[in-house]
Design a binder for this molecule. Structure first.
Ligand SMILES: [Fe+2]
Length: 157
């Protein structure tokens, strides 16, 4: 669902020449780190906290020799974690900037917010209001970044 949503976003941005193959591949792989997390409700029986699935995915893909795809994993949590957010919330993550940098990283991070891992809602796209509401829990600036992308990525007028 995230790969298809990302493709739809990329199609609206021909002037920026998004890399469609890279977007598809990394959208399909961006949550691979979930396999090592403890989220039994969705079948993940690892030991690590959920929030670490980004950096775990990065490690897995780097090991496989895909450093660019690996960065998509690390940089898709929320609208991208800043060092300041990591420290403020005491997250179990290295304190570094984890915001998406490339166009492709940003598109996947954005598209990802429209979907849940809850097995009852896998194919149900969330509304913009729902997304903004839940991002606000992580900080005003997180929700604001999403709202900037809504316009940049022509999701809304
Ligand atoms: Fe994720």
């Amino acid at each position: 669902m995230v790969a298809e949503k990302s493709r739809q976003v990329a199609l609206r941005l021909p002037e920026l020449q998004p890399d469609f193959d890279f977007i598809f591949e990394s959208a399909m792989l961006h949550d691979i780190g979930m396999i090592h997390t403890h989220a039994p409700g969705i079948g993940c029986t690892g030991k690590e906290p959920y929030i670490k699935h980004g950096i775990l995915g990065r490690q897995m893909l780097e090991k496989e020799g895909w450093p660019q795809h690996a960065l998509v994993c690390e940089r898709h949590i929320g609208t991208g974690l800043t060092k300041e957010i990591i420290l403020r919330h005491g997250l179990p993550l290295p304190a570094r900037d984890m915001r998406p940098q490339s166009l492709e990283e940003k598109i996947i991070c954005f598209a990802d917010k429209f979907y849940s891992k809850n097995r009852n809602y896998l194919e149900k796209e969330k509304s913009v209001d729902q997304i903004v509401h839940s991002l606000k829990k992580h900080g005003q600036e997180v929700a604001e970044q999403f709202q900037i992308w809504l316009r940049e990525f022509k999701e809304i007028e």
